[in-house]
Ligand binder design. Structure first.
Ligand SMILES: C[S@@+](CC[C@H](N)C(=O)[O-])C[C@H]1O[C@@H](n2cnc3c(N)ncnc32)[C@H](O)[C@@H]1O
Length: 296
């Protein structure tokens, strides 16, 4: 970790590696621990959805073309590739290449790109477009723009599939979790400052319809956070805490929003979070949406 070059109001701290594209407000790191978190999140998310990676009714043939927006490490593509025809062409794009898997099968290619402006010659190209976990990446007005681009690059009749979590829900409201309350307030402040759409999951069916997609479907699963959710619940909790941990640099660079004033304050919130989460039966909803581009 390096010392940060900070704006006057910023709180001094050891920084993690973040993407530097000025066109992006993406708030999570792009370093090795984040790559590991994304891979772990893939497996727990897959398990949550009964091992099913594709909900859109697609039959994979040698002519099928798949695109993943904001692919991160490419783990979803890599996992899918292991169970379908090896001649299916799979393309992943991300605004940042640092997380890309180093070793790929011949039918997967990863490249740097912004999901808000795909290449002009991709119009009507893909049968399936997958996109997950952009909640802390896209500004509110960028969501319609992103969905318009998805519509453009899908073939007529092609399917989009999107996965996003919902906000935290509390199954035992009598308990108090001051650390979590403060961390949630910090994330809301960061989201407001960057104009991020933290409620994009709730809005997704309407956004898809407004963009022109039809046959909009939704599958929702509850993630039980902590030991009450078994092994996966513990993994989900660790992952959830790592998301907060990963937001430290943007929060402290912004000066802590009047909620934390030193790095030690922030670290203490993170350190106390596991005990708070283990003391409650909290869950988060994950939703997968899929919808079709009209044929005409
Ligand atoms: C939380 S990660 C999810 C990665 C992957 N979808 C997964 O499920 O493991 C979000 C990813 O979005 C990428 N990203 C953010 N803004 C983007 C943009 N405008 N265009 C393309 N990728 C973007 C980030 O670099 C990061 O890899």
């Amino acid at each position: 970790m390096a010392a940060a070059t900070l704006a006057p109001s910023a709180i001094e701290h050891s920084v993690r590696q973040h993407q530097e594209n000025p066109a992006s407000k993406y708030a999570l790191p792009v370093d090795e621990p984040e790559g590991q978190r994304l891979i772990s999140q893939h497996w727990t998310c897959k398990s949550l959805f009964g091992g099913r990676l594709v909900w859109a009714p697609i039959e994979f043939t040698k002519d099928t073309k798949v695109l993943e927006n904001a692919t991160g490490t490419g783990i979803w593509l890599l996992d899918l590739a292991s169970s379908i025809d090896p001649s299916v062409e799979m393309q992943g794009i991300d605004i940042e290449s640092r997380l890309f898997a180093k070793s790929l099968p011949k039918n997967i290619s990863l490249r740097v790109g912004n999901l808000l402006s795909h290449p002009s010659d991709w119009t009507n190209t893909f049968d399936l477009l997958n996109q997950r976990f952009l909640m802390v990446a896209l500004e509110i007005p960028q969501w319609p723009q992103a969905l318009n681009e998805m519509l453009r690059v899908l073939k007529p009749g092609g399917w989009v599939q999107i996965c996003e979590p919902s906000a935290w829900r509390d199954a035992s409201p009598d308990r108090t979790r001051p650390g979590l309350t403060t961390l949630n307030a910090l994330v809301r402040a960061l989201g407001a400052q960057r104009n991020l759409f933290l409620e994009c999951g709730e809005a997704m069916p309407g956004l898809l319809e407004k963009a022109g997609f039809v046959d909009v479907h939704k599958e929702v699963r509850s993630v039980k956070m902590g030991a009450w959710g078994g092994d996966d619940g513990v993994k989900q909790m660790v992952n959830y805490i790592d998301v907060f941990r990963g937001l430290k640099t943007p929060i402290l660079k912004a000066g802590g929003y009047g909620l934390v004033s030193t790095e030690a304050d922030f670290d203490a919130l993170i350190e106390g979070l596991e005990a708070e989460l283990e003391g409650t039966e909290g869950d988060v909803l994950y939703s997968i949406f899929w919808a079709r581009k009209p044929i005409v």
